[in-house]
Design a protein around this ligand. Structure first.
Ligand code: CDV
Length: 313
């Protein structure tokens, strides 16, 4: 028996700073309707899908920063998305900025949730690899203040049983790190969903700009293959408030092959019938971790944060 999950990569075009959550949610519901009409079980939206990508601006006022965050999920403006999904019996991955009180203090996370067809939150993830910088850097054409506006996620790379498989999540910059896939791979993940906002221009390394699609595909294809998992990568695309985003949303099979892709820079759905049992061909052979991994021989010092080359002779 095969386990088919039909997935819609629900790419969003630019979201203006003036656009309300209600307007954005209406766009998301329209993509969800299209997905349902094509038989999708699940739609995957981008990172920070409810607003413009606000870390591109330096704000002095914490109140202004907090205006981009959700205090409850669902809240009044996001409930229509949950209601539509439940009415259509379709699940979704949603990225959003989360403000919460934990351990006696206010905390900010870049978060995603996986919601099942009945409207229940099955898994929550908080972004671990925050890119960019913590303080204002006026030399940049635009800011990338994720390290200033969010804390490092504290939920690890967990997985959950849902949609008849083992599902995992990551957010944007996480997709460039092999640990992301491997930690979930070691828990048997069969589908990793990843929302992202990636500008074409990389201010600290403009020589990478022309390679942005190549790198986007490289990391998700290798993460999929090396862990025998489906990967669904979904972008915010187009020119958002003067900053071009790469788009390039893709669905990748456990073979590393791209099986569906968005081709525009606007709201667009790319759909694939993902057979979760295709993961077995990789998990049971080349990447049979129990049989072939040799972690005791790797000489790893796991606590080390940076790369430390051996001393010169
Ligand atoms: N939102 C992101 O995490 N963006 C990063 C950029 C800054 C490089 C990314 O990895 O796509």
């Amino acid at each position: 028996m095969t386990r088919i999950v039909t997935v819609g990569a629900a790419q969003l075009g630019p979201i203006a700073r003036a656009e309300s959550r209600t307007q954005v949610v209406a766009r998301m519901i329209e993509l969800m309707r299209q997905a349902k009409s094509h038989g999708c079980d699940l739609v995957v939206y981008p990172e920070l899908a409810l607003t413009t990508f606000f870390p591109r601006w330096y704000f002095e006022s914490q109140e202004e920063i907090d205006s981009f965050f959700e205090r409850e999920m669902p809240g009044p403006e996001t409930r229509p998305l949950f209601d539509a999904a439940r009415a259509m019996a379709i699940g979704f991955y949603l990225g959003y900025a989360e403000i919460t009180e934990e351990e006696g203090r206010v905390r900010h996370f870049n978060t995603s949730i996986l919601v099942d067809k009945a409207g229940a939150i099955k898994l929550k993830y908080r972004k671990i690899h925050l890119p960019g910088h913590a303080t204002h850097e006026p030399w940049r054409r635009f800011q990338h203040l994720e390290k200033g506006y969010f804390e490092t996620g504290n939920l690890g790379f967990g997985v959950a049983r849902a949609f008849d498989g083992v599902m995992g999540m990551a957010i944007c910059n996480d997709r460039r790190w092999p640990e992301t896939y491997r930690v979930m791979g070691l828990q048997g993940v069969e589908m990793v969903m990843i929302g992202y906002n990636t500008p074409v221009h990389n201010p600290p390394a403009p020589e990478h700009d022309s390679l942005s699609h190549f790198h986007n595909e490289l990391v998700m294809r290798s993460g999929a293959y090396q862990n025998g998992t489906w990967v669904v990568g979904v972008a915010k695309a187009g020119n958002e408030e003067g900053v071009d985003q790469i788009g390039n949303s893709i669905i990748v099979a456990p073979s590393g092959e791209i099986v569906a892709a968005c081709t525009t820079t606007g709201d667009e759905l790319a759909i694939a019938r993902c057979d979760l049992d295709l993961t077995l061909s990789y998990k049971n052979t080349t990447f049979n971790f129990a049989k072939h991994r040799e972690p005791q021989a790797y000489g790893l010092i796991v606590e080390r944060k940076g790369a430390v080359p051996p001393p010169l002779e």
